[in-house]
Design a protein. Structure first.
Length: 137
């Protein structure tokens, strides 16, 4: 399986390598990281949980839909679970296609669909408390 949920640091280059090929004239990647502030508060860390079987199934589905919508683009998603410090990558997505427009579109489609539909939750931990944030955030 190319898509992954991992409890170790992400390697964005592995996601890019998973979609690369001699048929790809473009490879576009997105790496989401933990920002140092959210909701007007200083973030200490994020903690991710997922309904793993469903998340992986939905990663497959969004990749298949991206291929249909964007000229056969290949998409791979890796997402962190567990604790992530400020600045650490939490999600890495790569999309490859013969042309750049489709690669860009497929990559953006993948992150937007992930955020809206995939059962991954994060707990934002601040200096003075914490809050759980669900899908769609």
């Amino acid at each position: 399986m190319l898509h992954r949920l991992v409890d170790a640091p992400l390697d964005p280059s592995a996601v890019i390598a998973a979609v690369a090929g001699d048929d790809a004239g473009a490879v576009v990647s997105f790496v989401g990281t933990v920002r140092g502030a959210s909701r007007g508060r200083r973030v200490v860390r994020l903690e991710y949980e997922a309904y793993e079987a469903m998340a992986l199934t939905l990663f497959d589905a969004l990749a298949a839909e991206a291929a249909l919508r964007f000229g056969g683009a290949r998409v791979v998603v890796h997402h962190r679970l567990g604790r992530c410090g400020v600045g650490e990558p939490t999600v890495a997505i790569a999309a490859a296609s013969p042309h750049r427009a489709e690669a860009f579109d497929a990559c953006r489609f993948a992150i937007e669909r992930l955020k809206a539909d995939v059962p991954i939750w994060k707990r934002e931990v601040y200096d003075d408390g914490a809050v759980w944030v669900g899908m769609g955030s």
